[in-house]
Design a protein around this ligand. Structure first.
Ligand code: GDP
Length: 364
């Protein structure tokens, strides 16, 4: 599955947020650095009101949302790239993630220690980015050395890797993260396999005080400006509120949100932003038994999309009966859409669109 790593300095609210995300009040949120030692992994349902509508029209007995994984990664401090603190473990855990949710402390609280002794989320973001950049530079230098002999021998893959590593190193030497390198389509796969820490997409999560959850504050505004300049995304959230909401039943939660002037739980926005950040989209399968959402990367072909359900669906793929979400709703379901000529028979070359309702036909 797709994984987003939750990172940030100690005491910024990562564990609080992770607990809210995965609705486990159990995990500890203590007021001292390094309390989250093992990476905690949690699966969350991706909220999607379209799925409920489809299920209602089709009378589906069960609703199965698609899921994504969050990993709470142990706190990082200055010097992590030198192996101080839990640095090395931290870097290894980030390497395995597809994207990074970077939690920044945007709340003042004299009772909660800040490792740098001041609240300054933009400076905090730089502390972590710098550590990741140093780690990337060191690993690139090592890998370049390891490639020398193969490159001399004319190994094509090694030559490509060397070229990409050098491009990344140039960016890093100029003070820019690897994600600023423009990568050609032919290089995209090899680039991804390099697993550079600063090549991963970043979402800044501004953790603000409870009373500022709806409005944000000067700290979160500064982060939003930084994110925009970098082409990254940011969301405003109050981890404390989310933790409280996660313990309420849905109706109570709605009342609570309304009182706070919030339209939607911050976690829903966070999950959606993570989904967008990863370049993912959703298609649906709908029947009387269940209505289910499936996750695929943008631009996935119909057979590959079928393969997410079962390998046999991909191997024996014949065609996909496809109805766009809007057509399904407008015509009152599958039969209505079919009668209106809105059901398409799509072949192997079809690129699945977000919201497609699909039925796969395949050979066994
Ligand atoms: P982590 O080290 O980044 O995982 O941080 P934690 O989630 O363990 O939070 C550290 C401390 O900050 C805990 O005592 C939390 O209760 C507190 N905390 C987290 N979010 C907020 C917040 O939005 N406001 C305030 N005042 N305290 C918070």
């Amino acid at each position: 599955g797709f994984k987003t790593g939750i990172v940030g300095l100690p005491n910024v609210g990562k564990s609080t947020l992770f607990n809210a995300l995965t609705r486990t009040a159990a995990a500890q949120a203590a007021n001292f650095p390094f309390c989250t030692i093992e990476p905690n992994v949690g699966e969350v349902a991706v909220p999607d009101p379209r799925l409920d509508k489809l299920a209602e029209i089709a009378g589906s007995k069960q609703i199965i949302p698609t899921r994504m994984t969050f990993v709470d990664i142990a706190g990082l401090v200055k010097g992590a790239s030198k192996g101080e603190g839990l640095g090395n473990q931290f870097l290894a855990n980030i390497r395995e993630c597809d994207a990074i949710a970077h939690v920044l402390r945007c709340f003042e609280d004299g009772d909660v220690t800040h490792v740098e002794g001041r609240v300054d989320p933009v400076a905090d973001a730089e502390v972590i980015e710098t550590e990741l950049m140093i780690a990337d530079m060191e690993s690139i230098e090592k890998r370049l050395q390891g490639l020398v002999r193969k490159v001399r021998g004319g190994d094509k893959d090694a030559i490509q890797q060397e070229r990409l590593l050098k491009a990344a190193l140039d960016a890093l030497n100029a003070g820019r993260p690897a994600r600023t390198v423009a990568v050609a389509e032919d290089d995209a796969k090899a680039w991804g396999m390099l697993q550079l820490l600063t090549a991963k997409p970043v979402l800044y999560v501004c953790n603000v005080a409870e009373e500022e959850a709806a409005s944000g504050n000067a700290f979160s505004a500064a982060v939003a400006a930084m994110a925009e300049a970098e082409g990254a995304a940011s969301v405003v959230i109050s981890a404390k509120i989310e933790e409280e909401i996660s313990q309420l039943d849905p109706e109570e939660a709605e009342v609570f949100l309304e009182e706070l002037g919030l339209e939607e739980a911050g976690l829903d926005r966070l999950i959606k932003a993570g989904y967008g950040l990863l370049g993912l989209e959703t298609y649906f399968t709908v029947g009387p038994k269940e209505a289910r959402a499936w996750t695929i990367p943008l631009g996935t072909s119909a057979p590959k999309a079928a393969g997410v359900i079962h390998g046999d669906f991909e191997r024996g793929f014949i065609r996909a009966e496809t109805i766009a979400f809007d057509d399904f709703i407008a015509h009152g379901g599958e039969q209505g859409a079919k009668d209106a000529g809105k059901m398409r028979a799509e072949g192997k070359g079809y690129v699945v669109q977000d919201g497609d309702v699909m039925h796969f036909l395949f050979n066994t």
